[in-house]
Write a protein that binds this ligand. Structure first.
Ligand SMILES: NCc1[nH]cc(CCC(=O)O)c1CC(=O)O
Length: 308
């Protein structure tokens, strides 16, 4: 039996999309593995980001939209923890909420989903790509200025439906989401970071709780994957230096090579007409400072053409 003195089931707060639920189930399974017999419950929280599907995220107020209501539910003690895609979280956590654990990171790469070709280079001249991500848009236009980008919002299933309906010839989605949804069978080719640098924290799940909730922090501690934690922390430090509003196309990736970190970052113009890249290597122990310095390095050359 589990010895937690929680007087109620541990309430896991999550958004209601199929991907969010898959991530919440993963968090639950890992909690139960670490604490057999623990009583857990999943609580769906509707978020503004889920309700507004017709406009680009950058327009309606950005990343915080997906987490605000989940944060409120934790602060009001309606749920005990929140399960988040780290790439959707703002760089600074709101007062009273802490990041308590990172689950082992999934595939960080983006995937090209296209029923006809498997490489970006093989898309016909002028082909239409559906994406509302300025980061994806900017990087593919830098390689293929002839492509036409149309907005594609909504959850993974909605975007795939739009693709099937012929609203675009191809779309880009995170491999992590497809893997977590067991959608291996769709025509997806992973793009290497050399081609398309992923979003900061792509593929990582973070678990939040109330600051000072010691009992819950103790329950979450064994779930934390230290490598994911430092990689995501470093990437977010890079983003923080760039004032990473989601209107600026930014990519960032920290990778472990033994006791060394390889950090890569890009800032691009949304139309792909310009791109600044940085790469730094150094000891893992200094990963966060290395990534922050890379961010400062790009920030000093970033003029308004990078901030639409
Ligand atoms: N913005 C939506 C979102 N948030 C996290 C993921 C994928 C999973 C992840 O990156 O951890 C997705 C969908 C996508 O980008 O394809």
């Amino acid at each position: 039996m589990h010895s937690s003195s929680l007087s109620h089931p541990l309430r896991i707060g999550t958004r209601g999309s199929p991907l969010a639920l898959a991530q919440a189930y993963e968090a639950r399974d890992r909690l139960l593995e670490a604490h057999p017999g623990l009583s857990v419950e999943i609580v769906e929280i509707k978020t503004t980001g889920d309700k507004v599907q017709d406009r680009p995220l950058a327009e309606i107020g950005g990343k915080g939209l997906f987490s605000k209501e989940l944060d409120a539910a934790q602060l009001e003690n309606r749920v005990d923890i929140g399960v988040h895609s780290m790439k959707d979280l703002e760089t600074h956590m709101p007062d009273g909420i802490v990041l308590a654990a990172f689950l082992p990171r999934e595939d960080v790469r983006d995937a090209l989903i296209c029923p006809t070709v498997s490489r970006l280079a093989d898309l016909p001249e002028g082909a239409v790509v559906g994406t509302s991500s300025l980061r994806r848009q900017a990087q593919i236009l830098a390689m293929r200025p002839d492509l036409k980008v149309v907005p594609f919002r909504g959850n993974v299933q909605t975007r795939l439906r739009k693709l099937a309906a012929g609203e675009a010839d191809a779309t880009l989605l995170a491999m992590a989401g497809l893997n977590r949804l067991s959608m291996e069978d769709i025509a997806a080719t992973a793009l290497e970071p050399e081609e398309l640098l992923p979003a900061v924290a792509q593929g990582a799940i973070g678990i939040t709780t109330r600051a000072g909730a010691d009992e819950i922090l103790d329950l979450l501690a064994p779930l934390n994957d230290p490598e994911t934690a430092w990689r995501v922390t470093a990437e977010r430090a890079f983003l923080a230096e760039l004032d990473g509003s989601c209107r600026t196309p930014i990519g960032g990736l920290a990778e472990a090579k033994g006791d060394q970190v390889r950090f890569r970052g890009v800032v691009a113009r949304p139309d792909g007409s310009g791109m600044m890249a940085v790469e730094r290597n150094g000891p893992v122990a200094e990963a966060v400072a290395i990534a922050a310095e890379a961010g400062k390095f790009l920030a000093k050359d970033m003029d308004d053409s990078y901030r639409p």
